[in-house]
Design a protein around this ligand. Structure first.
Ligand code: ADP
Ligand code: MG
Length: 599
């Protein structure tokens, strides 16, 4: 993330300012900053969940409540130490979050936010109605935190604790997003289909970020309970849940530091509105809610990315040579071990066998009883006019959109009912006709997603940067594939800034980064210039010589006939002919239906 590197330049002055703030500021402002810190921890979870992962939650306040109430209950009723109730609260929150996540995260579109509202309200009423939690009066007499023998009672002491926790969470989140799992998370918003085809378990990734966001909220709740030493249900209501979301959106919902900016702005603005609106309007009431609603609409219309990008524009940090993740591959220090390669099937052995494959979309038969094979070390071309069903066939084979009937066996294993990620794991990789890149991410990061299954470091390792050696290897691999595809110059550019033809090459590099035995290429040469096409044909020949099987859809007949070992012609979903390129070019039915039509 560009965001993370830029923000590093703010870190030192920021920490220095934090260190002296409680010494210089009056009590009132220290209290305000304490709340900003507590809110920012929650908003940060939403940055990851909503801004990066694309999952909107209105219910985070309920998780804050879980953390707060668990600690309040266990310390007051059972006399546990607050340092033990923190992990207890996290455990309770994790169990609830995973359960809720399993139910709600399957909901699509607007149903997910509605689902979060539903459980946000339910948990709120649970807090208010459970006798053991003190009902609506809540729980008082919560003990203060103790470090060694010292009780942390004053706001100034608490300030250091809250902001230290916040900083740890900020840095952990930043690290996480700049990692193998982080790239998978960043693919969730708009790139799920592609990510699945690269082996990412997207439902799992969603549950994980949902749970992590809930845990952040829970930590904030634990801190809150011991700062206030009193809890009641009010701060954990749906209204507060909406406010958290609002903070994340205003700050910049895709930016880690935006959570702090958003929490700060909203908290200060709310304070100010509560002070001034009743005076201006001449009556008391929660008018700030109305102003917030209007402000939200304004932000969504005028500053979708929130305030953080504006901050970085106003105070640009010193320029960096290159964006962060790429520097990993360039540093000398981590050991440069190549990634393990899959044993290649023997050249000429059967890789893929498609039998009587059919796919229906309602009444439309897009694939009708198609059968063919692809062998290792062979280029099999799939040609036919637009709408013939070629891309549909690719989706059926790769599990992206399963067949209606028929069989696909890949390396001796039936795969027609496996999810795309499991087929990818067996060594099949593909490109998409309609390019599916994460346009804001660099070329090399996009390609590294292709190598997802070749790494194993998880979320925790990423958060504490214990994944750097593996990251270096993944990026080494990605860089190599990019060079092979002739994109060395563009390696660090945003993928979306490349012309379409080059974006197709990025798709190929990404597919190759998976170390496939079978490569499915859907119109890879479209939009390429003559020399680029020649270079691509050379690359495909080299891959073939390495023993990779290639299934190729392409409209450029010179390209196809010069490269393919065998050709399958489709028309209206049906298989018209299969044979050697020379046979196909002489086949009267093919000439009539397709080749003749083109000329
Ligand atoms: P090709 O790649 O050979 O140009 P496609 O496989 O994309 O053809 O499409 C084959 C036919 O299936 C077309 O008529 C197309 O409109 C239809 N089709 C493809 N995908 C879908 C879908 N998801 N829903 C409905 N119809 C589809
Ligand atoms: Mg197509």
């Amino acid at each position: 993330m560009k965001d993370s590197t830029r923000a590093a330049a703010y870190l030192l002055p920021f920490v220095a300012a934090l260190a002296v703030a409680p010494l210089l500021l009056p009590e009132f402002y220290v209290t305000l900053l304490n709340y900003i810190g507590l809110y920012a921890i929650v908003a940060l979870g939403l940055v990851m969940l909503t801004g990066v992962g694309g999952l909107t939650s209105f219910g985070q306040a309920a998780f804050v409540g879980l953390g707060a109430y668990t600690s309040a209950y266990l310390t007051t009723v059972h006399g546990l130490s607050p340092w033990l109730t923190l992990p207890a609260g996290l455990l309770v929150t994790a169990v609830v979050a995973v359960s809720l996540g399993l139910v709600t995260l399957r909901l699509s579109g607007h149903f997910l936010p509605l689902g979060t509202i539903a459980w946000g309200i339910s948990l709120y009423y649970l807090f208010g109605n459970l006798e053991v939690l003190g009902g609506h009066t809540g729980i008082s007499g919560i003990p203060p935190l103790q470090i060694l023998d010292r009780e942390i009672k004053s706001g100034r002491e608490f300030f250091y604790l809250i902001w230290a926790v916040l900083l740890v969470v900020v840095l952990g989140t930043r690290n996480l997003l700049d990692s193998r799992e982080g790239r998978a998370i960043r693919a969730l918003r708009g790139g799920s289909l592609m990510a699945e085809a690269m082996g990412v378990d997207t439902p799992r990734a969603k549950i994980v970020i949902f749970t992590v966001a809930a845990l952040y909220a829970s930590v904030s709740g634990w801190l809150y309970a011991h700062l206030q030493r009193f809890v009641n249900p009010t701060p954990f209501s749906l209204t507060q849940g909406i406010e958290y979301l609002f903070m994340a959106v205003v700050g910049g919902v895709a930016h880690v530091w935006g959570a702090i900016v958003g929490a700060g702005l909203i908290t200060i603005l709310k304070q100010w509105l509560q002070d001034w609106l009743p005076i201006v309007l001449g009556q008391s009431g929660n008018f700030e809610v109305i102003v917030f609603g209007l402000l939200m609409i304004f932000v969504l219309h005028r500053a979708r990315d929130g305030v953080w990008p504006i901050v970085t524009r106003l105070f640009p940090p010193p320029a960096r040579r290159r964006s962060a993740p790429t520097s990993v591959a360039e540093t000398e220090s981590p050991p440069r071990l190549p990634l393990a390669r899959r044993p290649r099937p023997e050249s000429g052995s059967l890789l893929l066998e498609v039998t009587r494959a059919s796919k229906r979309f309602g009444g439309l038969v897009a694939n009708d009883n198609v059968s063919f094979t692809v062998r290792a070390g062979e280029v099999m071309a799939l040609i036919g006019p637009n709408g013939a069903g070629k891309s549909t066939m690719f989706n059926g084979i790769s599990g992206v959109d399963p067949l209606t009937s028929g069989g696909v066996s890949f390396r001796g294993q039936r795969v027609e009912s496996l999810p795309a990620r499991d087929i990818a794991r067996l060594g099949m990789s593909r490109t998409f006709q309609h390019v599916r890149l994460l346009t804001g991410m660099s070329v090399i990061e996009n390609v590294a997603i292709g190598a997802h299954l070749r790494g194993e470091k998880g979320f925790l390792a990423a958060a504490c940067r214990a994944d750097r050696a593996e990251e270096a290897r993944l990026f080494d691999e990605a860089a190599w594939q990019i060079e092979r595809c002739g994109l060395a110059e563009q390696m660090h550019d945003a993928a979306g800034s490349l012309p379409l033809g080059k974006q197709r090459l990025v798709e190929i590099a990404r597919a190759l980064a998976a170390d496939p035995c079978l490569l499915l290429l859907d119109e890879p040469a479209a939009g390429l210039r003559y020399l680029e096409k020649q270079a691509l044909a050379d690359l495909l020949r080299r891959l073939r010589a390495e023993g990779i099987g290639i299934l190729l859809v392409e409209h450029d007949m010179d390209f196809v006939m010069g490269l393919a070992d065998r050709v399958l012609v489709m028309e209206f979903g049906r298989q018209l002919a299969t044979g050697l390129p020379a046979e196909i070019q002489r086949n009267p039915a093919v000439v009539e239906a397709y080749l003749g039509g083109v000329e």
